[in-house]
Structure formats: structure tokens, C-alpha cells
Design a protein around this ligand. Sequence first.
Ligand code: AGP
Length: 568
Amino acid sequence: MCGIIGVAKKTNTEEVLGMLKRLEYRGYDSFGIATDSVFEKEVGEIKPVQNSECNMAIAHTRWATHGSVTRENAHPHSDCSNKIFLVHNGIISNYQSLKAGLKGHVFKSETDTEVIAHFFEEKLKTMDIKEAVKEFFRAAAGEFAIVLMIKGDSNLYALKRGSPLSLGVTKDGNILASDIYAFSDKTQDAIFFHEDEFAIISKAGYEFYRMYDDLEPQKKEITKVEWSGTVEKKYDHYMIKEIYEQPEAIERLQLSLQSAQKEKLENLKEMIKQSKRTVFVASGTSYHATLLGVYFLNQAGVEAHTMIASEFQNFYLVDKDTLIIAVSQSGETMDVIEALHGMKGKGAKIASFVNVPYSTIQRMSNVSVNIEAGQEICVASTKAFTNQAVGLAYLASLFNGGMDFQKVTNSIKHIISQEQKIKEIAKTLKKKEDMYIIGRGFLYPVAREVALKVKEISYIHAEGMMGGELKHGTLALIEKDTPVIALVNGKTEIVSNAMEIKARGGRIIPFTNSDTTLGDPININAEDELSFALAATVAGQLLTYHIAREKNLPIDKPRNLAKSVTVK
Ligand code: AGP
């Protein structure tokens, strides 16, 4: 994972770290910066360093993979003579064998990245940079986006395989970054790197080369990027801001689906009709949205399946008649990208629902729908999940009659109006170590999603499961006062499942639209399944948020996680 920056223009450390801060969602274990005169790295989130002017800089925010979270393992890394500095996002999977070939070099860290600096140090003794880059592309296995800065050289050198990298072209110079948000306040002109590309970047310009058998010069297109949404923060945490934004994000999506993206949706409907099967691929929260997508498409008579991206190739066979729909907030999740590469090879068509425009997954797709949630900053996905689910339900509704967006937003607003009550429940849960969430049918994906939120934000072990599965094992874990959120939509089976827990001393917290004797409920005011599902999800998001507040946890940046998961 990690975020990288390379700046070839007159700048200063404050400006560079400002850009790096926008990539902190990619990891925040440690950070570092190297300029023509400064070299600083530290464990923890990005903090100011002594401000100084420079003509060139590289910077990095880390999500540790190889090597623990220490200053030595933070980037930039350098060679033996501290002449070559570099930042890297990705994993060099054969770094140990490369390292074994670098006799006499002294390594200061435990990382795979440092090997790259020594590799170039060695090669540059006998060849020029282009030859050395060719050697590196041939020798290195794994994924990388790398920016190299060599002392005394006025160029930056950028290499890309697997991990994302883009170039922002400004009137004063050029900026390399893992994603375009880093330079969104500086320019609208972006160039995206393709696979196995190398670029020489200076203040005055850029040259791109593609690694075929040799490095071949490339013409690159400049994309005019339209920025939408704001990152302004008026609340204590981005999480609560993003929870509150949900009704407005749904309205934005509705407008877009019914106007600007109308034709795209019609095309996607045709693609579904012409395919033998539709299969979703996604990870984490986005996977939970696809479970809802499967439910609604199946209800509409369309055969649909979903599989978690990291295990896709082990559990699903695709062919040229399969339509794949990738669902991703970031559009950069490596597990999803890997799965898509495999499927493209088999001739499958690719569609996607993505939040971040111009992202890798969007660019890999034959058709890509923007879910219009606006920039999501908190690591925990809230409004993106909601808009993914709304987008997928809308797609299903094209097969069986329309859908009522207003009912969904009203139900969510009704939940937000119960925040004080949810806060009181949160106080009673803050000391708990385990929690369960049960649901059936369209509420099973919601149970999974609420459990994931509880784990990542309030650090309580939580399991979201099908109500019917309890009796097959998990019931053994229910003790006096074990908290269980029951998602009760008036169906007798789920009420029975909740009663079985109650009979064993468990504490039921019902999220329901019906009268129950199960306990004091969070009232879901929903007339249809989608409204119920999303209202219950928002209730779970608020509950999680308030438990985490009670525990004084770092809500927007939970430990060990990153927003965009760009490693396998
Ligand atoms: C959500 O709260 C999580 N942080 C995580 O599960 C996330 O949904 C997952 O990593 C997939 O990300 P994507 O939607 O950007 O592909």
C-alpha cells in the first residue's frame, strides 16, 4: 500500500507534506521526505518538518508490509553512499534473491524497498539510467510504483508495474503521485501510467517509455480531470461527517443515474442480458454491497453471483460469456485488480461501480458507473457502501420496475434522528469483547457489514451472520448479556432466532420496523427492503462510531489499516 509523491518544481517541504497528507488514507504507520537538502523520516502520522525551499522532492506515507514500523524501515530509502533516494509503493516479491546478488552492500532496514536503491547503485556503476531501468524491469518480480531521486541529477525517475502512479502537469513543473487527489488543488491535467512504464520527469517536461523488449518512447494523453466533492471537515471526525452525508449522496446518485449516467446504465442492462451470468467481485465492505446486489438482481429474475476478490480464482470459473461487475470505493484494491486481470485473460467483459473517478478499476472496465458518494476519507466506508447498494438496487430495478429513492433517504434520516438513543446503547457496549449481528435474506449482508464496522472502528470482535446458522454452532458462545443485534423485519424466523438467544441469557438489541418483545428497539421506519437494509446499516455505523468515541479510539485512522488496500 503506501502513498508516494515526487515533485519536480520549485517547492518547499510544507507544500510536499501537504500533498502527501492527501495520500495518508493509503497508510499512516510512518512517513518520510527527501529533498535536495532535507532528509527526514519518522514513525507515526505525517507531521511538519522544518520548512525549507527546494527544487525537487520525494515523500512517502507507509503501510508496513516488510519490516516492522520503525524509523529505519520508513521511506525514503537510500543506497550505501546516500546518493540514490527512493520511495516505493508495492512489494518486490523476489527481494531476497535480488539482495543475495548485491554482494558487499550494507543494508540499513528490513524492507524489500531498500534493495531497489542498492540494485540501482550497483547497475549505475556500469550503465546509464535507462539501461539500469530495463535491467530492473527484467529482474524485479511483484508490484511497484517507484520514484527515484539521484543527488546532483535534475530529473526524477518513475517506474510503474501493478501499483498506481499518475503525473500532474502544472505550469510550474510536474508532480508524481500514487493518486490524483494529491495534486487536485494544483492542476486538472493528469497523465496515467500504464503497466511497465518508465518516465523521466523534470521541472520542464516529461518523457515516457514502455518496457516491451526494450524501452520504447510513448506519446501520452493528458486527461482533464474534473474534481467533485469537498474534503472540508466541519465535524470531529470524517466518519460522522460521512455518515450524515448519506441522504445527500443518494440524491446526487439518483440525479446522475437518471441523467448523466442513464445511457451507461442502459448499456450495462444490455450487457447483463447478453451474458450467461453476472458475477460480482469485490473486497470488504464493497463485497457486502455486492451481496445486496445479488439479492436484488435475483429478486428481479437475473442470475447473479458474487465472490470475494482475493479468492475469486480458487472458487469461480469464468468464460467469455460471463459479465464481471467489480465494485470498489477506491477503484485501486489490488485483490480486485488481480482478479480482473485473470478474467480479462479469459475473455470476460468487465463492468464496475466505482467511487474514485479515473481509478485503475474504472480504466480497466468496458462500462463503469460512478457511485457519486463524493470523497470518502475515513478508513471505514459508510457513504460509499450506501451508494454502492443504491446503485446496484437501481440496476436491478431496471429489470423489474422502478425504485423509490425518497423512501431510502427518509429511512436514513429517521435513523439519524435517533442518534442520542444509539449513543446511550453505545455506552453499554464499550466494555464488551464480543458481539453478534444476525439477519436473514437482504439483512444478512447488513449483518456482515455492521460487524465489519464494529471490528475496524470500535475494536470489538464481531460476527455478522445468517440468523438460521446460529443453531449450527455459534449459539454455544452465547452467555449472560452477550450482545446480539437482531435485524428484525417482521419475519417470524428471525424473531425465533432472537428468542433462542434471549432464552440463553443473551442481550438482544433489536433494529426493527415491527413490534417485538425482544427489547427496546432502534426503530427502522422502512417500507421496502432497500430502505430497511440501509437504515439498519446506518444505525450500525452510528453505534460503532459512538462506541469508538466512548473508548477514545482513533476513529478515522484505525490501527493497522489503510483506506486503499493496494497489496495482495
Ligand atoms: C471498509 O470499511 C473497509 N475499510 C474495507 O473493507 C474496504 O471496503 C475494502 O478494503 C475494499 O475497498 P474498496 O471498496 O476501495 O475496493
